[in-house]
Ligand binder design. Sequence first.
Ligand code: PMP
Length: 403
Amino acid sequence: MSFFSGIPVAPPIEVFHRNKQYLDEKAPEKVNLTIGAYRTNEGVPMVLPVVKQAEIELANDSSLNHEYLPVLGHEGFRNAAMELVLGEDSPAIKEKRAFGIQCLSGTGSLRAGAEFLAGVVGLKTAYVSQPTWGNHKLVFKNAGFTAINTYTYWNAEKRCVNIDQLVDDLDNAPEKSVIILHGCAHNPTGMDPTQEQWKRIAQVIKKRNLFPFFDIAYQGFATGDPNADAWAVRYFVDQGLEMVVAQSFAKNFGLYNERVGNLTVVVNDKEVIPGFLSQMSLVIRANWSNPPAHGAQVVHLVLTNPDKRQQWMDSIKEMSGRIKTMREALRTKLEALGTPGTWNHITEQIGMFSFTGLTGAQVDHLIKAYKIFLLSDGRINICGLNTSNIDYVANAIDRTVRS
Ligand code: PMP
């Protein structure tokens, strides 16, 4: 007899499950294309040189200590993060109607934002793209949303954004629904709306009085330029829309386990800010009370020092450049092998992921026969490819598709 008897075993979280399968696999030829983390050409995680440098400086800074941060986080970090996504000369910043709230990476920012919208504002219906990142629905459900619907995103046949259906679905969403939008580098499809398509999305959101909730976990990874990657968010600001933006510094600073995130908020009337901040303080107080300091101090130091910021931009270029090179290599090799199907989407997609179009059965075969681990929807993390394994992976895909 136990308080806990009868608890059903929940299904595994696919991405971590597959990653563990990879780690447990003994075959030396194994390849990990699962988890969304950057790897160098040597297949190892990358500590950005400027991050290391900032950490050394912080360790030697005797003015720092381990006192609690304020509930809403490190003020300098909050401002730097907000400026990174909205742009330094954002009208919303100039008009003092934008602010940042430090949260626990992208997930914590989504969670705090969602809990605030559900509990304080009373918005209970959310829409996520179909498909979307595996955690969106769970976060919004646990945050108090009672209806989590999907809007069409993907045209599987043409491997592109199904913009007409997307706009139509949003047009039919009830007023005051919260619309979760991937700011850039859509996960898992790797395909973002074009600027013209974003304009249509903003228009229908405005017309139908919907609330945009941006999730931007890959700023810098889509094009190599953090400003270009924030285009959609900034366009929505220019359209006078209120919004929240969940930012993660896991990928673009390589600070995965430091849980550095920020919720940037844009409101139309700055009079609402004191109420917003005081209520958000209660949401955070009941969750993690106050955030960790280390990663926020690193990001703050790097973003506010021109030399360090430049070094960071150089690392972003290096990482996104390597991804691009691997995309080109995979496509070229598959085309050279004459692998049945078309492979242009591999270079047309952006960010870390490619939605390969491989079927569930083909994924199983790649895992069983070749020890190449990927997600069942066919998503691969391009960062898992390198000059040593690219031929092996291309040949394995070729034989799998033909079998
Ligand atoms: N949103 C998306 C779309 C993501 O892919 C991720 C990371 N996989 C996140 C948010 C949040 O990640 P983290 O909490 O590690 O910042």
